[in-house]
Design a protein. Structure first.
Length: 169
């Protein structure tokens, strides 16, 4: 029988995987559906990000914090370009890249053991970041930027974004 610590760790990991793969990602994809390419790259001013920039940023963040720091892949992130990119990278390419990264994130999370959650590493100049903190950071980061994406879609379309498709379990 699993200890309470093991059960809490298992639930945390599974809940995090579910939030990323079954909640935030389908909702982001639903937000993208009604948009034209130029709308994905629209920004109200230079101090704001486009949806395209937010997708690049989510990809860079998840790769750096989970795939690289926890999964051992090379950290090749160029954070400044996530925000400065002005070329209209096709939406299909943005989606494909982020979907691939989320698949890698899910594989890393699925492989985590209970003891891994307290392991420390340095991520993006932050020292002594536990695995639990890194996972929590990525999940909350997706939540925050999903909210921004949703707000942009509402501004552009004047209506709610379409609901995310229901997953069949």
């Amino acid at each position: 029988m699993a200890s309470l610590d093991e059960e809490i760790a298992r639930q945390f990991i599974e809940f995090s995987r579910q939030k990323l793969a079954s909640e935030f990602w389908p909702r982001i994809c639903a937000c993208l559906e009604p948009l034209r390419e130029e709308q994905v790259w629209w920004r109200p001013n230079e101090a704001s990000n486009s949806i395209g920039n937010l997708l690049l940023h989510l990809n860079g963040n998840a790769r750096q914090w989970i795939v690289s720091a926890l999964g051992g892949a090379a950290d090749e992130r160029n954070r400044p370009i996530e925000f400065s990119e002005r070329e209209h990278i096709p939406v299909a390419a943005l989606r494909s890249k982020l979907e691939e990264t989320l698949s890698q994130v899910d594989a890393v999370l699925a492989a985590l053991a209970v003891g891994d959650l307290v392991r420390k590493q340095t991520i993006q100049r932050h020292e002594n970041v536990s695995t639990l903190q890194a996972v929590y950071h990525v999940v909350e980061h997706f939540a925050m930027h999903y909210g921004q994406i949703l707000y942009i879609v509402k501004m552009l379309k004047g209506e709610d974004a379409p609901p995310a498709p229901q997953r069949r379990e």
